[in-house]
Unconditional design. Structure first.
Length: 343
């Protein structure tokens, strides 16, 4: 059954309404309703092909600079820069002299200026990109977006650089966030109107948001639902209350996949998307997320927060196509259940 979510809240780690930055696009079309599975983290994208040089055949004697000024719609300084950079070839050989003597029949080739290449993505891989959206897999440990006090590498900054390689005016806009130590699928908009469309219709647009949570202790229920009202303290910690006038309503559905004495593996679906919702509700359940000291975890865990955004399915705001993206569950989440492996 499809779980609906409250508007203006996109991930369990909070929904951003601040306009942030878009990008440009390369379309990778797939059949309607198809599933996009993430490669393992840090997979590399293939590069684009190099454009063939433009060629001109000389019809009458001339000097090279004069010929180029006549045939190229560029300024004298721009052409001199092209010569200096080795972008001008005569009969296949680079020529840099302005007064090089041209004769009829010679071929002049213009090599396009080499496009700047985007630096490799760190802790991030692109699952899908078109003119409207970018869907990515984020590794645990990477910030979604920096706060005012933080200036480190983030998913947002890397994607901004990625889209501006094609054109400096391109931008991206944040639709939702994942906590630094939560891994999995994230969605960004590449135009402000797309961001707004996603925010305004989020409740109806999102078809599925599934997380995998490794929690402490043995969860006895095979499945269940947690409903409460969440409110943020001055210390930026979320608190749960049973009273409607004490925060925003939060609904979390869970199903137990595996359970043993020390840990349980849960599939979690959000009906609402409040900040830290899963983490708070797991603490309330009495089974905090592994490694989550902020919300009650006590064990050593698996060396990271045991929370992963596995599936995001939504209706594309531009095309109306149902799209589903899935990121594989980190292998470490299964380690506590492999009895022959050290924990």
């Amino acid at each position: 059954m499809r779980k609906k979510q409250a508007p203006h809240l996109s991930t369990e780690d909070g929904y951003s309404t601040r306009p942030q930055a878009p990008s440009h696009a390369k379309s990778h079309k797939k059949s309607k309703g198809s599933t996009y599975s993430a490669p393992r983290p840090n997979s590399k994208k293939t590069g684009s092909s190099v454009d063939s040089p433009k060629a001109y055949v000389v019809e009458e004697s001339s000097e090279l600079l004069a010929y180029l000024l006549t045939h190229l719609s560029k300024s004298r300084n721009a052409i001199k820069s092209m010569l200096a950079r080795g972008q001008i070839l005569v009969n296949g050989k680079v020529v840099t002299a302005y007064n090089y003597a041209l004769k009829p029949g010679m071929t002049i080739s213009i090599i396009s200026e080499k496009k700047e290449e985007a630096p490799p993505l760190l802790g991030l891989s692109i699952l899908y990109e078109d003119n409207d959206i970018i869907v990515v897999h984020k590794d645990s440990g990477l910030l979604s977006v920096a706060s005012d006090k933080e200036q480190e590498v983030t998913a947002y900054r890397q994607l901004m650089t990625h889209v501006r390689v094609e054109h400096p005016s391109n931008r991206i806009f944040i639709v939702h966030r994942l906590d630094r130590d939560t891994s999995g699928v994230m969605l960004f908009a590449k135009r402000e109107e797309i961001q707004k469309a996603l925010q305004d219709t989020w409740r109806d647009t999102v078809e599925e948001r599934t997380y995998i949570a490794l929690v402490e202790g043995k969860v006895k229920q095979s499945q269940g639902t947690i409903t409460s009202y969440l409110k943020e303290s001055k210390t930026l910690k979320m608190y749960s209350s049973p009273y409607p006038n004490n925060g925003q309503k939060a609904i979390t559905h869970f199903k137990t996949l595996e359970a043993e004495s020390e840990y349980s593996l849960l599939e979690v679906q959000l009906e609402t998307g409040r900040k830290n919702q899963i983490r708070v509700h797991m603490e309330e359940l009495g089974h905090p997320v592994a490694g989550d000291k902020k919300y009650g975890a006590r064990s050593r865990g698996i060396g990271r927060l045991g929370l992963h955004a596995k599936v995001l399915a939504f209706t594309h705001p531009g095309t109306g196509e149902l799209m589903r993206f899935e990121s594989p569950v980190p292998k470490g989440f299964f380690r506590p259940f492999q009895k022959d492996q050290p924990k």
